[in-house]
Write a protein that binds this ligand. Structure first.
Ligand code: HEC
Length: 392
């Protein structure tokens, strides 16, 4: 299959994934909003039922809350189960589709290739273990005491983020962490919320009380999902920003973003009472922005011994020139792909910044993951650029 066909497939799958996600998330946010309206104490005090009127293309709608036992489960009527599953499945397919691209799931942290089977096993184990640990952790804790499971969950997230950066490139790590959060939300809907809903319906039909423990667990998981939506979307977006995902402290930055966006969700739902969460979120984002802008690892590498142009050119000749030449030895992509050739020293100097970005920072070049370019070759090339890309 040519790259072109894969690009089209990628586009369609991505569109599908985003559309399914919008339907799911849009629905969930709508329910949160409804909940707030129904829970508004000012309206309740005035004796208003807080029934919102809405207008859509079919006419005007009046939404009413049906109070069911146990309290608050009315909203589990619509759980968008198909949207949830479709978002997850299309996400996993997308992950598999982009895996062979350079800098993705078959590229190691140092730029070396990772075997497809090894990578698949790691990803499956990661998703399965994340769900099992999360589920056990929160099932074994009582609903009043959330401080311990919350702290442990955050600590686990940081540990997993760090662990993944030891195996994969930053971009792959961000995609995988997004997939982890998506899997937790999918698991919550399918394994915890839907069974409770089934139980409620059966209990009603049999005219008995529903299993309270099952329903309470489902309600907690619905709340968790509403907290996970915000950070999941931000993770999906940040894997398009190399300055964030390829930063050497990317595992700290991603954890700060997670905590900040969970705080943002708290503020959205709690209104004024949740302002403290908004301020904390702003501080966390501020720290992340500071780290990205100010803590730069290239200053350390720049001092680590000078690299001559001959060395840099040797590496480029070995790993780049086969394609990036006006007369390329590898003819798969035509002459000077991306309008970049490294035939003359001036060309190399002119493109120095882009060489560093593609081959050192985000590791999308050389375009074939099995190029055999080593970590130290990438470091030498990066250091030559950091030291001013001198032609001597
Ligand atoms: C097997 C062929 C091949 C090799 C080897 C290769 N490239 Fe590329 N490169 C491409 C193709 C194809 C494109 C255009 C792809 C695109 O624009 O998305 C490209 C685009 C680029 C670009 C422009 C796009 C960007 O990411 O900024 C840069 C810079 C680049 N390559 C640098 C390098 C460097 C540095 C090396 C060696 C370390 C290298 N390439 C090795 C095929 C190759």
């Amino acid at each position: 299959m040519s790259w072109n066909t894969l690009d089209w497939l990628d586009l369609i799958l991505r569109w599908f994934h985003i559309m399914a996600g919008i339907s799911w998330i849009g629905g969930s946010l709508y329910l949160l909003w409804l909940d707030r309206i129904f829970a508004d104490p000012e309206r309740a005090a005035k004796g208003e039922h807080g029934e919102p009127w809405m207008i859509d293309q079919a006419g005007s709608l009046l939404v009413e809350k049906l109070q069911l036992e146990p309290d608050g489960l009315a909203k589990t009527h619509i759980w968008f189960k198909r949207e949830t599953l479709l978002t997850w499945v299309s996400g996993i397919l997308l992950l598999a589709l982009v895996a062979p691209l350079p800098g993705s799931l078959l590229t190691g942290a140092g730029g070396q290739p990772i075997n497809a089977v090894t990578s698949t096993v790691i990803v499956i184990a990661l998703l399965a273990l994340s769900w099992i640990c999360y589920d056990l952790l929160w099932r074994s804790s009582s609903s009043q005491q959330i401080a311990l499971p919350l702290t442990l969950s955050l600590a686990l997230f940081v540990a997993v983020a760090w662990g993944l950066t030891q195996i994969f490139t930053g971009r792959a790590v961000f995609m995988l962490l997004g997939a982890v959060l998506g899997t937790l939300m999918m698991g919550n809907v399918w394994f915890r919320i839907l069974p409770a809903l089934k139980e409620m319906k059966e209990a009603r039909a049999e005219n008995r009380a529903a299993d309270v423990a099952l329903c309470t667990l489902a309600r907690h998981r619905a709340t968790h999902n509403s907290y996970l939506i915000f950070p999941t979307v931000v993770l999906m977006l940040t894997n398009h920003y190399p300055v964030i995902y390829s930063h050497w402290l990317n595992w700290i930055i991603v954890s700060l973003l997670l905590a900040a966006f969970v705080g943002g969700r708290h503020m959205v739902v709690s209104g004024k009472a949740g302002l403290w969460a908004l301020y904390s979120a702003l501080v966390l984002v501020g720290i992340a922005v500071y780290l990205v802008a100010a803590v730069n690892p290239s200053q350390q590498t720049a001092d680590a011994g000078s690299v001559s142009f001959a060395t840099a050119r040797g590496i480029i000749a070995k790993h780049c020139l086969s394609c990036h030449s006006t007369v390329p030895a590898d003819r798969s992509y035509g002459p000077a792909p991306g309008k970049i050739s490294f035939d003359r020293p001036e060309d190399i100097k002119r493109h120095a910044k882009r060489i560093k970005a593609s081959a050192v920072t985000i590791k999308t070049m050389p375009i074939r993951p099995d190029s055999g370019m080593t970590k130290s070759e990438r470091e030498l090339l990066g250091r030559w650029v950091d030291q001013g890309a001198r032609l001597e």
